[in-house]
Design a protein around this ligand. Sequence first.
Ligand SMILES: [Fe+2]
Length: 312
Amino acid sequence: MPIDPIGAEVHGIDLSAQNPPPPEVIEALEREMAQRGFLVFKNEKQLTEQDFLRASSWWGGRDLHSTHGVHPATPGGNRHIFRLSNDPRHGIPGVGPQWHNDGSFNTDTFSHAGYHIIRPAEKGGGTCFAHQGAAFDALPLQRQAFWRRLSSVNSASGVVHPAVHKHPISGRLSLWLHLGMTGAVIEKRQDEEGFRLLDADELKQLCHEYNDILDAGLSNGYAIAFEYQERDCIFIDNLAVAHRATPEAHRHADEQGLRILHRSTVRGMKDLAPDFGLPLRLRIRGPSPFGEGVWQAGGVGFRWDDDIAMQN
Ligand SMILES: [Fe+2]
């Protein structure tokens, strides 16, 4: 059942089943995730951690790929669960306030990610999702052409990704940028050989443009501020939708009610490789190979707005 304007609800599939649904069902659900961005599985009973992780590996690379820290309150200390909360005693607070895709520091990123609500906060606090294919379509033609010449460099790993890629399932041209972990953006020169780096003003403008075009989806029908209901388990196509926490999700439990969310991450299928012969990875901690411009290693990368929270 489609959710307006993106995402879809799935009823009647038991995520606690030992065996996955038949391949044609998995394939149909993956196609739906690619097109609508994410699926919300409505569960009649609360899933165990094992159920959630087992169902996570039904998708994409069919295996978990876990790179995060493990909070002490994580059940069984399970390293595949990234436990998030608005109370630091219950989980890691403040993660992901700006638009991003999970695993951007890997060459293959994550193909899918799971979000299992353990406890929704009484006063709400959800996740925003924006369809990156629709966001590309919403850009003016001349900006589309500019974005297609760009590649981002991850500030933590130096991994290089195209700023526009063709989605492997939907075939849609899709934007891609991490607003909390980008150390540089490289432009392929338009009418000559070679590359240049965006300078601070240009990169600031680019990040704002990305933020604005995804936010615009909230009123223009390609993004949603999703509120979790009890027992909801979401799986997203991490190449089709960007996400960020809503501001309410990070409001402290004393004010908002306690919120606990478990995240899983699924191994990518193939490298999200840059075009123009650029390598999969550059030495972001070394000197810039492209001359002047922003080239910034570590932390949250380039700060494109002084007044916002950034945390990975
Ligand atoms: Fe995230």
